[in-house]
Design a protein around this ligand. Sequence first.
Ligand code: BES
Ligand code: MN
Ligand code: MN
Length: 454
Amino acid sequence: MKSTEFLNNNKDRFLGELFELLRIPSISADSAYKHDVAQAADFVAEKLRAAGADKVEVCKTDGHPIVYGEKLIDSNLPTILVYGHYDVQPAVPLELWTTPPFEPTIRNERIYARGACDDKGQMYMHVKAFEAMMQTGTLACNVKFMIEGEEEAGSGNLGPFCIANKERLKADVVLISDTSMIANDTPSIDVGLRGLSYVEVEVTGPNKDLHSGVYGGAVANPINVLAKMIADMHDENGHITIPGFYDDIIEQTDEEKAALNSAPFDLNEYKKDLGIDEVWGEKGYSTLERTGTRPTLDCNGIWGGYIGEGSKTVLPSKAFAKISMRLVPNQNSDKITALFKSYFESVAPKSVKVEVRPHHGGEPVLTPTTSIEYKAAEKAMEATFGKKPIPTRGGGSIPIVALFEKELGLKSVLMGFGLDIDALHSPNESYGLFNYYKGIETIPYFFKYYAEMK
Ligand code: BES
Ligand code: MN
Ligand code: MN
């Protein structure tokens, strides 16, 4: 393809531009970085404009801006809406990074930086693939870009934006690169994502911090209580104990399970990579099923009492935790949040008061392998990897995918190029140079095949 040749002639520049974007600490969750987030939005807008997009706009929202741009070449051709995000997760703990998170560095053919893969690297592949198609006169579909800056903070303003911009966002399909594949020699496409229900809990005991000697043993310690309440949320088989939690799940058929488990997966490699001697999870399910088709409950953070230097003998007044539940098809995040809340309140001992505060949520999604968009993505990856991709289930969440379907009536295709070793959200996040360039090479094929098949 001509666009591949263009890519090959511009590799260094394409990498240099990504580095520029990676240097901007666009952490959406932390308001101290508001200015940087805005700068990243401007950067994306400018590059879209330079690549040839029309009507490029940095759209204000109640939170961080959404970058829009389009190239409509022929009303007879289908329109692809490219979605991605330019915001990133916080980079803490900083001391665990080998090189600083916002000073991108290449080591072993990989780009190390926060957002290298999730999602700056993957999103920027689309900007460069678009440039390549424009420069070589090979753009095969109309294209619209919607790049947001709040994905890592729950996409709170994207739903309202979609509703308010239905006409502008009219398209045939949404194309997203924000997921992972099995391996560089085993391409795959996620056909499912988990939903999310996220809550913060507060447990209050005595009305003030107390001397743990004077009162200890006679007054309930909210940290002890909270720790037990969290521990009790799984039984000895790894099942979640919240009544009704599993009610709406559609069990997979034996055939579906077999297909899922036939994907290449090396449990020993997996354990070695994570430095663990044994995996854990719901009894009766494989690791791939546990992350792909089963729901979870995880404590993401827990705090209270004294954590400073030395010791302080204190029986704290309060304890807190952030708890996430990953949901699978047919579970509903509002319903699960409500079940959690009533369960948590019902099991709290009388010695404490509890409060449950819901955070953002999102619904699980499933995308069929029979759709035109799946087939086009499959054929595109086959063209550039020389192998047909395997359909897989991603354990992560992109809450907005369900919303695209509900509000815009659009299906999404999750053509991601990351790998599990990219360490998303972790220290030393990275993205393979191979993956960055392979993505830029593959995207034009998707456009081409989608136009042909549609
Ligand atoms: N890109 C990820 C989601 C992802 C990663 C899906 C790998 C499949 C495979 C996305 O940026 C993300 O991190 N989503 C959050 C949810 C959000 C509401 C904070 C998540 O999954 O925790
Ligand atoms: Mn992402
Ligand atoms: Mn993420």
